[in-house]
Design a protein around this ligand. Sequence first.
Ligand SMILES: Cc1cc2nc3c(=O)[nH]c(=O)nc-3n(C[C@H](O)[C@H](O)[C@H](O)COP(=O)(O)OP(=O)(O)OC[C@H]3O[C@@H](n4cnc5c(N)ncnc54)[C@H](O)[C@@H]3O)c2cc1C
Length: 388
Amino acid sequence: MLFTLPEEQRQVQDAIRRVAVEKVAPRAAAIDADAAYPQDMFDLLQELGLFTLPFPTEYGGSGSMLSACVAVEELCRVCYNTAYLLIVQWTPFSAILAGGDAAQKNRLLPGLANGKLRAAFSTTEAQSGSDIAGIRTRAQRVAGGYQLNGAKIWCTNSSVSDFVLVAAKIVDEGQAVGDVRRGAINLFIVDRDTPGFTIGPPENKMGARGVPSCPLFLDDVFISEDNRLGPEGLGFKVVMEAFNRTRPIIGARAVGLAQGAMELAIDFVRERTAFGQKIVDFQGVRWMLADMAIQIEAARNLVYRAAAMVDAGIGGAELSQASAIAKAQATDMAMAVATNAVQLFGAAGISNDYPINRYFRDAKVLQIVEGTNQIQRNIIANNLLGRS
Ligand SMILES: Cc1cc2nc3c(=O)[nH]c(=O)nc-3n(C[C@H](O)[C@H](O)[C@H](O)COP(=O)(O)OP(=O)(O)OC[C@H]3O[C@@H](n4cnc5c(N)ncnc54)[C@H](O)[C@@H]3O)c2cc1C
């Protein structure tokens, strides 16, 4: 058992780190300040061919979750939003790869792989975020397909997407949504110009500001049967299980963010003077830096371990446990490190003239998205107790 990155991932790390420092870092503050979609960063990721990194080689990927984690870590170290551009593309890609039929894969995956298509993924509704079974968007069976009605919120990337994977409960005519059993949710491929489908204005967000999150409105939207992902009532479950395999990426985002925040704090305390000495020479300050390094390294190992398990073909409860532990620990760690990094900047940490408060705001998002950290703890406890 060797705890170092293999050569393949070291090469990914070197290459992405160079691009991150040279081309991504100089754009990070403006992307956050303007909250404008960074098309130039999307073009850069497309040029580098990164949209397929975690996926099988037949789609142009490396087939390595560890490589994907390393890439996200390096980008997030300098710019959360640019790393996010990869993840919002990877989510629908994973869903279609796991739950789509051959025709859907042939139609959509090549475009997502080369960046000619963009997509988004939507489950969350006003009354149900964590409790996905509580969604009210319904897909009523009609001749040749389904009629979708409902509303979604927080659908990230939707306003720039060609299509959205929308979760809805399948119902028969006259059946109330509340009657539907918990498992009867499916994802539907909804093209952005489908009649009755509208995308609302973006949220004004505290963090993750570069990639827009919007409400969706579905008003008698007809979706043909061949745009349902997976068999009725089963498609959603398959996709959710696939997300256990991609969850380490969220942990990698947190590790990169924390690493970047710590590095900024180190640069600052080396220069700042108080009581006639550099503040880096106060033992209390040095111990704060040391604690950051300890926490980051622990989280990095959990994230790499979960990713390596994916690459080794491990699944089921063992992976769901490792992925949930890595996500919860790494994102809680990122929040703690970013908070202490702001602390070390003093008042400058509150000023928008310094980059550190961006890390703090983005870190908070990570504890909430992709299953809140309370939900991760529910998964962990259920696994411990042998409950499904
Ligand atoms: C920047 C951003 C981007 C997003 N992008 C998307 C997207 O692209 N697509 C999409 O569908 N959604 C997206 N979301 C929504 C996100 O998935 C939800 O916010 C998240 O699942 C939590 O749901 P909620 O906000 O409704 O909180 P709730 O589920 O209402 O939870 C509120 C609080 O209660 C806690 N809680 C809830 N249930 C339990 C429980 N059983 N045990 C213990 N604690 C519990 C939660 O942990 C949380 O602290 C995004 C959110 C953000 C902030």
